[in-house]
Design a protein around this ligand. Structure first.
Ligand code: DGL
Length: 254
């Protein structure tokens, strides 16, 4: 049995990297829907439709027992639909991320950042409130973070200025823990920690490891690694070298 991971595009490779490093013998098939990225500016209906097609591709083509919805936007809108339709384990990034933040925060003031769609969905807010109804939550969308990462402007003054633009107000409200609610944002973790060293940062991909272990997913396979894309993408090629060691990708149509 294998693990299937999908994302709207390149960002989910942050999740791929964490999982492949942690479970070197797991068979992992990654699908990046590069033809239709970004999901973060689309409607709920479209995100659900695309997410179901991605999951279907993985289930139909590989011996998948666990689907990891690496995309925060897809996790926010489509996780229940995927769980209903496919008889496999489905792990999203929202609940694990919320749980980690809840455990890390000392003052119970948590910040959430993500795409416009993820913030609008209130998915992280609902997940945190389910853990503790009185918790203080601040959230904001950071739409410029994705292009900054895709253009590899990560360690530049531009990145620092954009981070301050979006985060100063939120952090000044006393947030001690920040959830990176978008797959691209872990690549900006260094810049964010440099500007706000007192804030704990939650990268949901790390929280997923615990879920895989809790579900006793069989991760002792042949270490097969495959990457599928729905279209060519220069951003994907650049980040693939950083996050997936230059593994070759294959093109598919959904
Ligand atoms: N993968 C998306 C997410 O984590 C970010 C990119 C997009 O908008 O599709 O929300």
């Amino acid at each position: 049995m294998a693990i299937g991971i999908f994302d709207s595009g390149v960002g989910g490779l942050t999740v791929y990297k964490t999982i492949s490093e942690h479970f070197p013998k797991a068979d992992i098939h990654y699908l990046g829907d590069t033809a239709r990225v970004p999901y973060g500016s689309r409607s709920q209906e479209t995100v659900i439709k695309y997410s179901l097609q991605c999951a279907q591709f993985l289930v139909e083509n590989f011996d998948i027992d666990t689907i990891i919805v690496a995309c925060n936007t897809a996790s926010s809108y489509a996780i229940d639909n995927i769980r209903e339709k496919f008889g496999v384990n489905v792990i999203g990034v929202v609940e694990p991320g919320a749980k980690s933040a809840f455990m890390l925060s000392a003052n119970r003031k948590i910040g959430i950042i993500g795409t416009r769609a993820t913030i609008r969905s209130q998915s992280y807010v609902k997940a945190l409130q389910a853990l503790s109804p009185g918790i203080s939550i601040q959230q904001t969308a950071c739409p410029l973070f994705v292009p900054i990462v895709e253009e590899m402007l990560i360690e530049t003054e531009i990145a620092e200025n954009v981070v301050k633009h979006y985060l100063d107000e939120l952090i000044n409200k006393g947030v001690d823990t920040l959830i990176l609610g978008c797959t691209h944002y872990p690549l900006l973790k260094g810049v964010i920690s440099k500007i706000y060293p007192h804030v704990s940062i939650v990268d949901s991909s790390e929280a997923i490891i615990a879920c895989i272990e809790e579900l006793s997913v069989d991760t002792l396979q042949n270490g097969i690694r495959e990457i599928y894309l729905t279209d060519e993408s220069p951003a994907f090629e650049t980040l693939k070298n950083v996050l997936a060691g230059g593994l070759a990708s294959k093109k598919v149509t959904l």
